[in-house]
Design a binder for this molecule. Structure first.
Ligand code: H79
Length: 421
């Protein structure tokens, strides 16, 4: 007994390693709901009867789907893992399931298994394949019970028999994902309202049994002691520095939707997205950024453009993002953000502050051997000319003050990086 604590902790730390270094992943919300173009909650919002919703499958034929394109886009953006909706709340499996014919291979003219194609492509390209699985909400199954979000328009609540759903659909389908698609980086469970402690522990054990290295996000359970390997923050929520004592991830939309919504044009700018990635990394989290492909299997152009723009930045300055640890300072820097790797500290400075010619940092009293600007290109090595830095004790503030003089022009308009060794 006395050994099990440290041993379990070591195993947990081990399986978290790739994820902690990754920092940036692609979230994909894709399903039959793309046909309506009104988001993944439309079935519930419009109370569409199961029999009618099932007819969408007959029309679902995403011939433009190309796993190579999706994985190449994620890779170009600088993302290291992909989390795809294997089954969302509508209960439709986007993979070939033996346990329910309501799946993309058996119920659509498409007849292909996109999860298999994505898993294989991820394996080839070195990204981690991960699945979203709605384990509690299932509007297609007569017996799935959630605290609030049940299909009460088809199935009377009083006739529900939860374990008929749990044992014959949810658990067998999770097992399929863990046994037929190679190594799975993580399973992203969602919306656990009403799941008991016992059943939360059971699904966690179930994942561990089939793939011990597969991570589990906190939305697997509403009970804190059964809340998986890491904390999923609220949708689009970036916490305060140090607020969460566990490893954490912010799931974020590119516009205001998860599943494809043709009317939603409130896209975040690529500049804002780069700053959000920097903010998240400096606080020690991961960013899981979502796209909602169309019913044809296309990722909307507006999403592609933004991910490519973020990728142009991460390909130049990723050194200051991947495999870093958070800023040692819990207060925000007005000029940007900080990350650390080993004995290097990265100052990620927002474009407008660069033109002020210098920045201050309080509280750092380590000796600085070398300070330089990351040019973010092949000439980087020769360009690592030392920058002028001055350190002194600031009486009024009661902290050491570091003064870094910046060169006239910034390597990047959005965020540029100064490294301190
Ligand atoms: O998959 C995405 C959402 O569909 C899912 N989580 C993210 C990652 C989610 N499941 N439940 N919820 C979010 C919370 C439910 C919010 C609701 Fe609503 C508010 C349901 C009804 C009112 C949002 C707004 C959905 C429909 C209208």
């Amino acid at each position: 007994m006395s050994l099990s604590g440290p041993v379990i902790e070591a195993q947990e730390a081990d399986r978290m390693q790739w994820w902690k270094a990754a920092k940036f992943g692609l979230f994909v919300h894709w399903g039959l709901y793309a046909l309506h173009g009104k988001g993944e909650w439309h079935m519930s919002g419009a109370k569409i009867p199961v029999k009618e919703y099932e007819k969408l499958a007959e029309r679902f034929n995403p011939v433009k789907f190309d796993a190579r394109e999706w994985v190449a886009l994620a890779k170009a953006a600088g993302m290291k893992y992909i989390v795809v909706t294997a089954k969302h709340h509508d209960g439709f499996a986007m993979y070939h399931s033996e346990h329910d014919p309501f799946n993309i291979v058996d119920a659509t003219p498409f007849r292909r298994d996109p999860m298999k194609e994505l898993a294989e492509e991820c394996q080839r390209e070195g990204l981690r394949m991960c699945f979203y699985y709605s384990h509690v909400i299932d509007w297609h199954h007569p017996h799935a019970i959630h605290e609030f979000y049940n299909n009460t328009w088809d199935y009377p609540l009083e006739e529900k028999a939860f374990y008929a759903y749990w044992n014959r659909k949810a658990k067998p389908q999770v097992k399929e994902l863990l046994t037929k698609y190679g190594p799975v980086g993580l399973i992203w469970f969602d919306t656990a309202g009403g799941l008991s402690k016992k059943d939360s522990q059971e699904i966690i054990n179930w994942v561990r049994e089939h793939q011990p290295a597969c991570l589990i996000n906190s939305r697997v359970s509403h009970w804190p002691q059964y809340a998986g390997d890491y904390s999923s923050k609220g949708d689009n929520e970036i916490p305060m520095h140090g607020e969460d004592s566990r490893p954490w991830e912010t799931p974020m939309t590119l516009n205001d939707s998860w599943g494809y919504q043709n009317k939603d044009q409130s896209w975040k700018s690529s500049e804002a997205l780069i700053r959000k990635l920097v903010d998240v990394a400096s606080k020690g989290g991961n960013l899981l950024l979502n796209v909602g492909p169309t019913a044809e299997g296309d990722i909307p152009d507006e999403s592609v453009e933004r991910l490519e723009a973020v990728g142009r930045w991460t390909s130049r300055f990723g050194e200051a993002i991947y495999d870093t640890t958070p800023s040692p300072f819990h207060y925000e820097q007005e000029w940007g953000a900080i990350t650390v790797r080993d004995t290097t500290m990265y100052l990620l400075i927002h474009g407008p502050y660069w033109s002020k010619g210098s920045i201050h940092l309080y509280g750092l009293n380590n000796a600085i051997r070398h300070a330089y600007v990351l040019q973010g290109d092949d000439a980087d090595d020769e360009a690592r000319k030392p920058l002028a830095v001055q350190q002194h004790y600031h009486e009024a503030v009661g902290l050491h003050q570091l003064h870094v003089t910046l060169p006239l022009s910034a390597p990047d308009d959005v965020v540029s990086v100064v490294a301190l060794e």
